[in-house]
Design a protein around this ligand. Structure first.
Ligand code: SF4
Ligand code: SF4
Length: 370
């Protein structure tokens, strides 16, 4: 089976400073030379030859890559499915230029409390994110919210569900993974996510919840298919192996006469050996780096595969329901009851109220990381 996905890092720069991420501040990521759009387009053609179906443009904040519009247009023209997760803080300045170019447009948001938002992300951006989601909807896009549950944010996650329901969009909910010595969720936190997963508009990957509770990847019996299923490209034009977060190898992609060798690299004996070893290195023990397990769960057959398929079925149902609602105005989703207490949490109560009245607009759609 060819790789399904490419996690294409356009930049490591980011205007946020999330507590659970070191991408924009890692010494080796600072000051690297970003690739020209021409070179990226050659790599996209190589990914297409390889059989990749989905390209997730990521970062950093991918909207900080100067030539993003050119790259998105090229990916779309090639028939690749395009996914883009962004913070929502920079979206308005580019929104009109990328209409229709992203199949899965995700805005990362894990709280409805503006103060908590700033604490988690190091910038004041909550109001801007809400504006961005509504702007995307007004432009006919189908945005979604992608929420990372941390020990700090899980308690307020029900409010994010309410927000997604008010906006008429999907909320992708996942637990934070252990990456830069950040705190992760314990069993109680995962149980809370499972409870939230029962609500309408919420999408949770049941396989990953189970996997998380089971202790993550076991290096003696790896479930990871990072190399097999995901092609990871760095902003300075290297293939990263075995995955971005724990890569210990950077292989330079070469270009000749307008052609990238990325597909040949992937087929090389070296990368194929890495495929055989994926998930079995010491640093793979207990790994729950979400970005690689969703595609890994397509490899059957075990309980994670079946739970993954169940999650996909649920996601398709939710999408269909929202689409019918937006086209007919018929309300099919069960919304959570409004919060009883009007006590504000930071400024969120006001902002959320504005959303509730202003929103019953048309929804649109989704995507991956953060
Ligand atoms: S998680 Fe995303 S938004 Fe937050 S600092 Fe990292 S790259 Fe930036
Ligand atoms: S188990 Fe985790 S660290 Fe190891 S290759 Fe897979 S994603 Fe990377």
């Amino acid at each position: 089976m060819p790789p399904l996905l490419s996690n294409y890092y356009l930049t490591y720069k980011c205007n946020s400073r999330c507590t659970y991420c070191d991408i924009p501040i890692k010494a080796e990521n600072i000051g690297i030379k970003e690739t020209s759009p021409e070179i990226i387009i050659e790599n996209l053609a190589a990914l297409k030859r390889l059989g990749v179906k989905v390209v997730d443009f990521t970062g950093g904040e991918p909207l900080l890559y100067r030539h993003i519009v050119t790259v998105l247009k090229a990916a779309k023209q090639m028939g690749l499915m395009v996914s883009l997760a962004n913070t929502g803080t920079l979206y308005p300045r580019i929104a009109k230029d990328i209409v229709g170019l992203v199949d899965d447009l995700k805005f990362s948001l894990s709280t409805t409390d503006a103060v908590a938002y700033s604490k988690e992300r190091g910038i004041d951006g909550y109001t801007k994110v809400i504006e961005s989601i509504k702007l995307a909807q007004s432009l006919g896009e189908t945005p979604s919210i992608i929420s990372t549950a941390t020990p700090e944010s899980i308690g307020g996650m029900e409010e994010v569900v309410r927000l997604a329901q008010d906006l008429g969009i999907i909320m992708y909910l996942q637990p934070v993974f252990d990456y830069c010595e950040n705190d992760t969720l314990q069993k109680e936190g995962i149980e809370q996510i499972k409870k939230l997963a029962q609500y309408d508009n919420v999408d949770v990957n049941w396989a990953f919840m189970e996997f998380y509770l089971d202790g993550g990847n076991q290096k003696d019996k790896p479930r990871c298919r990072a190399v097999s299923s995901v092609v990871v490209v760095s902003p300075d034009d290297h293939l990263l192996l075995p995955c971005y977060h724990m890569h210990d190898e950077r292989v330079k992609i070469t270009h000749k006469n307008g052609r990238s060798n990325l597909d040949e690299l992937w087929h090389s004996a070296h990368v194929q050996q890495k495929r055989k070893d994926e998930g079995s290195w010491d640093f793979c023990q207990g790994c729950t780096i979400w970005c690689y397990f969703e595609p890994s769960f397509y490899w059957p057959p075990d309980k994670y595969f079946f739970l993954h398929m169940k999650s996909k079925g649920h996601w398709a149902q939710q999408k269909l329901k929202l689409m019918i609602e937006s086209k007919t105005g018929i309300k099919l989703s069960r919304h959570l009851a409004p919060r009883k207490s009007a006590a504000p949490q930071g400024v969120h109560a006001n902002e959320h109220a504005q959303v509730s009245v202003a929103v019953q607009i048309t929804p649109s759609q989704k995507s991956s990381r953060e």
